[in-house]
Write a protein that binds this ligand. Structure first.
Ligand SMILES: Nc1ncnc2c1ncn2[C@@H]1O[C@H](COP(=O)(O)OP(=O)(O)OP(=O)(O)O)[C@@H](O)[C@H]1O
Ligand SMILES: [Mg+2]
Length: 319
């Protein structure tokens, strides 16, 4: 075992070797090492600002589908945890649920980005979201040195839902719910030692399990926990305008106009609407970012370079 492996610190002689190198290659390597230190220093004000604060991170099924990206995401979560943020992960899983339905010969149907869920689909949703996907994330975070606890909104009475009978257009959505109450005690018991990883299922008053879209679920948690930030990682650069161009920041008014223009469709509709709902209910910042970008979460929280779309209260507000 080398000195640096034993101590976790760079060997002092190694830096001298690099600095005193005979050729330019060593200088380049030294510069790389110094650049790494700069990156850490750049993160310092953000670490100070967010230490102890609560951040709800929602990762969509498409962003979770790639094993390498999933690992990068888990690394980011573990790092955020160890620098003192209270991270709660909520995950979607639309892609994986649809794939399993397909394997079982069942069909997936959507209305305005909300899954139509019959009894058979609900069984698959519970199996995939609360089962394989959730446990895979828990395992990854554990492997990387974080302590994760996987749960659904049903566990500890975290989320109670009411049934959404119909989409705004009048179509029947089946066993789909929206969160009507959050009991944060189970999360409070887990934080700050554990990283809660939550699948968006909840029961209604009659004990019926309901499938809840992960975006409003994450927003409801962020609101109930008084979160500093809600970050939604998805499979596109952020919110795009009618011409397909990324919109780096949106005020509430602009977001509403964009929604009314018809430029926002499918799975982006619940994201936009719940970003606004979270902001209105006291969550300070909401970001929709590209989960396909390696370490998108760290970049968003710890660097000046904003990735994706941020929701701001007025034109003058930045960061
Ligand atoms: N104006 C828009 N800007 C950006 N994406 C849009 C827009 N309108 C529609 N979309 C679609 O919304 C999709 C993202 O929502 P989707 O529900 O598919 O993913 P997710 O919410 O990240 O995953 P999951 O549903 O599994 O949680 C994008 O891939 C894009 O096709
Ligand atoms: Mg979605």
């Amino acid at each position: 075992m080398t000195h640096s492996e034993r101590t976790g610190h760079a060997h002092p002689r190694r830096a001298r070797d690099l600095a005193g190198g005979r050729d330019g290659l060593c200088c380049i390597r030294l510069r790389e090492v110094i650049d790494k230190a700069r990156v850490l220093i750049e993160a310092l004000p953000y670490i100070k600002e967010f230490r102890g604060k609560t951040v709800v991170v929602k990762i969509g099924g498409a962003a979770l589908d790639d094993a390498a990206l999933r690992r990068r995401f888990a690394e980011d979560v573990v790092l955020l945890h160890w620098v003192g943020l209270q991270v709660i992960v909520v995950h979607g899983g639309g892609v994986q649920v649809s794939a399993m339905l397909d394997r079982l010969g069942l069909t997936a149907a959507f209305v305005d980005g909300m899954r139509v869920t019959d009894a058979a689909a609900l069984e698959v949703v519970e199996m995939v979201l609360g089962g394989t996907l959730n446990k895979d994330l828990v395992r990854l975070v554990q492997q990387l040195g974080g302590r994760a606890v996987g749960l659904t909104g049903t566990d500890g009475g975290l989320a109670r839902a009411r049934r959404v009978e119909r989409a705004p257009g009048g179509q029947d959505l089946g066993l789909v719910g929206e969160v009507e109450a959050v009991d944060r005690r189970v999360i409070d018991r887990l934080l700050p030692d554990f990283i809660p990883i939550v699948a968006p299922l909840a029961v209604d008053q009659d004990g019926q399990t309901l499938n809840v879209n992960a975006d409003p679920f994450a927003a409801a948690l962020a609101i109930a926990l008084g979160a500093e930030k809600l970050v939604l990682l998805t499979d596109t650069e952020g919110v795009k305008d009618g011409g397909g161009a990324l919109i780096p920041s949106l005020t509430a008014g602009e977001a509403r106009r964009l929604r009314a223009s018809g430029a926002v469709r499918g799975g982006m509709i619940p994201k936009l609407e719940n970003a606004l709902a979270a902001l209105e209910s006291g969550v300070h910042k909401v970001h929709i970012i590209d989960g396909r970008l390696e370490h998108a979460l760290l970049l968003e929280i710890f660097t000046r370079a904003g990735v994706g779309t941020q929701f701001i209260e007025s034109e003058s507000e930045t960061a």
